[in-house]
Write a protein of this length. Structure first.
Length: 94
């Protein structure tokens, strides 16, 4: 997982949290967060969802939320791959 702040004064306080595979062109999800967002938890998926799923618990202006970022496998992948993905997605929704 990557977790870093943007350099420079224009983006001071902005933060990136992301997750991907070794080959960046293959998969990855992430969030760009303003300085006003407080991150409480980062939920990384199991191996079956790696590079496709990431969830964070945040608070902004007193409101708390869990936000999930994902992209589903395409139709050309095996059904077993899709089943593992949706199982991992279901696990993040709790």
């Amino acid at each position: 997982m990557e977790d870093w702040s943007f350099p420079g004064k224009e983006l001071k306080g902005w933060r990136y949290i992301g997750l991907g595979l070794k080959r960046r062109s293959e998969a990855g999800v992430g969030f760009i967060l303003s300085p006003s967002v407080e991150v409480h938890e980062v939920h990384e998926p199991s191996e079956s969802g790696r590079g496709r799923l990431l969830a964070i618990r945040i608070s902004v202006a007193g409101l708390r939320a869990k936000v999930v970022n994902c992209y589903a496998p395409h139709e050309g992948l095996a059904e077993s791959s899709k089943d593992r993905f949706y199982s991992a997605l279901n696990g993040l929704s709790n």
